[in-house]
Design a protein around this ligand. Sequence first.
Ligand code: ADP
Length: 475
Amino acid sequence: MVGIIPAIIINWVALFSYKEDMINQELESIQKQCTLLVDVLEKADYFSVDGHVESPWEISNCITLMQSLYNERIIFTKGMNLLYDSFQKESAGIVTNKIRGTIQDTLSKKDTKLFLKSYKKKDKVILKEEKALKIIIPFYKESYSLEETGFIYVIADTKEILSNYQKIKEKVMTISCILIALILAVTFFYSGFVVKPLKELIQYIEKITDGFLGEKVSIKSYVEVEDVVDSINHMTTKLETLESSRQEFVSNVSHELKTPITSIKVLADSLLQQEDAPAELYREFLTDITDEIERENKIITDLLSLVKLDKTSGELNIDTININELLEQILRRIKPIAAERNIELVFESYRPVLAEVDEVKLSLAVNNLIENAVKYNFDDGWVRVSLNADHKFFYIKVSDSGVGIPEDEQENVFERFYRVDKARSRETGGTGLGLSITRNAILMHRGAIKIYSKEKEGTTFTVRIPLNHVRKNEN
Ligand code: ADP
């Protein structure tokens, strides 16, 4: 439609203006000839009252030439009286200036009416009809009365112009039809070319919606489609990873939750099997059972805070917080636990820091780091917490003199339920969720966490968080 409609309009306008141009040219040329003729007639004093005509043959030649050029009917009148009509065989009127009847006798009613229009006004009249061009030009001297005024009436046939126009129209129409057919063919082919890969793509996306993530799409087509295909493949790979990590998480959760329950069952069963078990044994086993219940409780609490962090991502409760005070508060809470194992807890603050953070989530993150530094430390060791800032970020560093993390395990410690030393973590009441919670909370603040560790020498976690909260759509 975009190609065809403008083509039709252009054709139509071009043809119409061509026809108009041709007619106007013809009209102009006839008018020039008439002016020439009037000149000749005036020189010959054709309409003089005494009827004397100078060089009549010159006039006659002029008229013959006009006729042959334009296929016209030429009429001369003196007032309403006819002197010459090229349609009548005898043209002696030119020479003799003899009256041969009136206009009404010679012309049709319509043409006579047109003549009268010019006659009454003593002015030029032009009429463009479908098949003829009509021009009436009066010429006179000042002393002439209306009856003495001469008129030249030319009726020119437009047959030639129309036939030329028709020929050109046919040619243009043929070319237009060929062009339209071409446009249609190209459009048909091109739309197939554009639409086909998109249809394939839709089918593929429907498959993904139905849950077939494993299949990779391969459509060889134009660049834009191939780019979309690449993006979709990339997206499905991500979805697959997400799906498998979700499954892994669910199986880990089930396993972790099952372990304390299994222990409780074993403890309870063994008590039941012993008929006369002493009260001390009951007390001992029940203490173990309580420990297991506490552990189960801790796992569930950690899981809940992790899920909460995931779910409310982006919904931070931002406030301007004094980070120095926040850290001191956390350290005060952990100090007694560290003191039990004679671990020195030091806080180094390089400057006062005010930052826009979610206090609860940041406390959770830092608390986990410092607690770990104490948990995975040797007795009589040390833990150093430092706080610094520049114009954009604040930095928290938690270093310890503890057991360290082997290099190949360092990148895994942020995974849910990942523990380097399962037995030790269990001993210290770890769930393997602490660092996941920490990392999630830091990422929510658009921050970053890094780990540096050497086995048996110690571990350092560095945290970087923007001083001013970066909202989601600002990134
Ligand atoms: P957990 O509840 O077991 O402490 P985390 O997610 O907090 O779980 O930590 C994951 C694992 O990373 C821990 O089990 C421990 O092996 C290791 N880890 C964490 N912090 C330290 C640290 N400061 N020093 C040595 N190992 C650490």
